[in-house]
Design a protein around this ligand. Structure first.
Ligand SMILES: C[S@@+](CC[C@H](N)C(=O)[O-])C[C@H]1O[C@@H](n2cnc3c(N)ncnc32)[C@H](O)[C@@H]1O
Length: 341
C-alpha cells in the first residue's frame, strides 16, 4: 500500500490551479470571440467598463465580470477606472502574423473536435478524418499552424546548414500536408526564386489554400496537388520538402517517407516541423507537455498521436537520409532534418 504523506489540504492547490486555469482559458476565449480583447488593444489609453460595453453593444454588468476575470488572468491591468491590455497581450493573442501568436490555440482548444467529441466517443473509439471535421475546425487549426510556419520560414530553415543559400538560386519546394495554405504563401514570399507545390489529402483544405494563393497573387508560382503523402508522386524533383505539424498524422510513416525521399533531388532536404512530444513523465507534467497531452485528444480521434522528436531521427536514419540535424524553436516546436544522399 502507498503511504500517504500529505493531507488533502496540501494536495488541493494543484487541483485548484486547474480550476483557475480553466477560468482564465474561458476568459481568453470569450474575450477573443466577442472582440473585447481587440477593442482593448485598439484603445491606447484603455477603456472603462461602460466604454468597452458601449463600443461592442454588450451589457456593462457582464462586461464588468469579464474585466475582473481578465485582470485576474493577467490579460489586463488597471489604469484608474480604465482597463488596459498587459504588455504583449495584443501580439500574443491577436497578431496572427507574429511567430509568438497564441490566440489560435485558445480558440481551437474550445472547439467540439478537441475534447467534447473525444468524450462522446470514448466508449466506441469511433475515428474521424479531416473531411469529417467542420470548416470552423479547419480554420482554427490553420490559425494554430500559422505561427509554426512563421517560426519555420525563414528563421528555422536558416538553421539547416547550406539550405538558405541553395534556396536563393531557384528551387522547387513542396509543403507536404499544406492544409489551408498559410505556409505556401509564406514560402513563396520569403523565397522569391522558387516554385512551390502544396500537397494535402483533404480536398476542402486545398480549396482554402487555392483561395489564399489567389488572394496573395501567387497563382503563377504556387500549385496544389491532392494526394495522401503515402501515394505522393510528382513529375519534377524538389530541393526542399517541408512538413508542418502533420508528419505524425501519416497513416504509414515509412510509406510517406519513401515518397518524400523519391520526390527529392539528390542532396535535397526534408525538414519536419512538429510538436516534440515529451518522452518522460516529468516532461508530460510541465506546461508544454500538458498542452501536448491536450492535443493528443484530437490526434487520437484521427487515429494517431504526437511523437517524440527523436522518432524522426530514427525515421530519417532508417530511410538513408544523411547529415541529420535538429533544433528546438520553442518548447512546443522542434525541427528535424536530413538530406537525401
Ligand atoms: C494539423 S493540419 C496542418 C496543416 C498545415 N500544415 C498547417 O500547419 O496549417 C494537418 C494536415 O495534414 C493533412 N494530412 C494528414 N495526414 C495526411 C496524409 N497522410 N496525407 C496527406 N495529407 C495529410 C490533413 O489533411 C491536414 O490538412
Amino acid at each position: 500500500m502507498v503511504e500517504i504523506l500529505i493531507t488533502p489540504q496540501e494536495q488541493a492547490p494543484e487541483l485548484l490551479g486547474h480550476i483557475a486555469g480553466y477560468v482564465s482559458h474561458r476568459t481568453v476565449g470569450m474575450g477573443l470571440r466577442t472582440g473585447m480583447i481587440a477593442a482593448l488593444a485598439d484603445a491606447q489609453e484603455g477603456l472603462a467598463v461602460d466604454e468597452l460595453a458601449d463600443d461592442l453593444g454588450l451589457d456593462p454588468y457582464h462586461v464588468d465580470v469579464w474585466c475582473r476575470a481578465a485582470l485576474g488572468a493577467g490579460l489586463c491591468q488597471r489604469r484608474g477606472q480604465r482597463y488596459v491590455l498587459a504588455p504583449h497581450i495584443s501580439t500574443l493573442l491577436l497578431d496572427e502574423q507574429s511567430p509568438a501568436y497564441l490566440g489560435g490555440v485558445f480558440l481551437v482548444f474550445e472547439q467540439d473536435e478537441m475534447f467534447d467529441r473525444f468524450e462522446r466517443v470514448l466508449g466506441t473509439g469511433e475515428r474521424l478524418w479531416w473531411d469529417d471535421t467542420r470548416p470552423e475546425w479547419i480554420a482554427g487549426v490553420a490559425g494554430t499552424g500559422t505561427p509554426f510556419y512563421h517560426r519555420l520560414i525563414p528563421e528555422g530553415l536558416a538553421q539547416v546548414p547550406g539550405l538558405a543559400a541553395r534556396l536563393t538560386g531557384g528551387a522547387r519546394i513542396i509543403d507536404t500536408a499544406c492544409g489551408a495554405g498559410a505556409g505556401l504563401v509564406r514560402l513563396a514570399e520569403c523565397y522569391p526564386d522558387t516554385e512551390i507545390i502544396g500537397v494535402d489529402g483533404d480536398a476542402y483544405s486545398l480549396t482554402l489554400a487555392e483561395k489564399r494563393i489567389a488572394e496573395a497573387g501567387l497563382g503563377d508560382r504556387v500549385r496544389l496537388h491532392h494526394s495522401p503523402l503515402e501515394e505522393l508522386e510528382l513529375d519534377q524533383p524538389a530541393t526542399l520538402i517541408v512538413n508542418n505539424i502533420s508528419m505524425h498524422e501519416c497513416r504509414d510513416l515509412d510509406a510517406a517517407t519513401r515518397r518524400v525521399e523519391a520526390a527529392l533531388e539528390p542532396g535535397g532536404w526534408f525538414v519536419i516541423s512538429d510538436f516534440p512530444y515529451p518522452e518522460t513523465d516529468e516532461g508530460l507534467a510541465g506546461v508544454p507537455g500538458r498542452i501536448m497531452t491536450g492535443i493528443q485528444f484530437f490526434e487520437a480521434q484521427i487515429d494517431d498521436q504526437l511523437l517524440p522528436r527523436a522518432a524522426y531521427d530514427d525515421l530519417l536514419d532508417r530511410h538513408g537520409f544523411v547529415d541529420l540535424g535538429a533544433t528546438e524553436l520553442t518548447p512546443v516546436h522542434a525541427l528535424t532534418w536530413g538530406q537525401r544522399p
